[in-house]
Design a protein around this ligand. Structure first.
Ligand SMILES: [Zn+2]
Length: 124
């Protein structure tokens, strides 16, 4: 991206580029010249996005605290899913179920009993 130093910065801050991200971009370009893989501007978050990420982290922490406090032998993944879903909704978030994570095969070595439960859920 080629921006004039006096142009508005690409980040949406409303500041001139030279007073905002110019030094940052130069540093990133230097890393790139040295062969490092560098993030694009699309990975850099706006203040609004950062606030949403912080809110999401509060909900995530509440979910993990609840699960850590209540989990015991015999709890099904569905029960955990229900806890997390309820807490997330109660706190204004949009829950993503555990089963979605498993379906995406982000977790290896899914136990056979869990595979069966996932199949049962898929057929519903
Ligand atoms: Zn900027």
């Amino acid at each position: 991206m080629i921006l004039g130093r006096n142009s508005q910065c690409w980040c949406g801050s409303g500041l001139k580029y030279k007073n905002c991200h110019e030094a940052f971009d130069e540093k990133i370009e230097e890393y790139k010249r040295h062969g490092y893989k560098v993030p694009g501007h699309n990975l850099i978050k706006t203040p609004e996005q950062i606030e949403k990420i912080k809110k999401s982290a509060v909900i995530n922490r509440a979910c993990l605290d609840h699960v850590a406090k209540n989990i015991r032998a015999g709890i099904s993944t569905q029960e955990i899913d229900d806890w997390v879903s309820k807490i997330t909704k109660d706190m204004g978030g949009i829950p993503a179920t555990l089963l979605v994570v498993f379906r995406r095969k982000q977790i290896d070595n899914v136990p056979a009993s869990l595979e069966r439960e996932m199949d049962r859920k898929r057929k519903k």
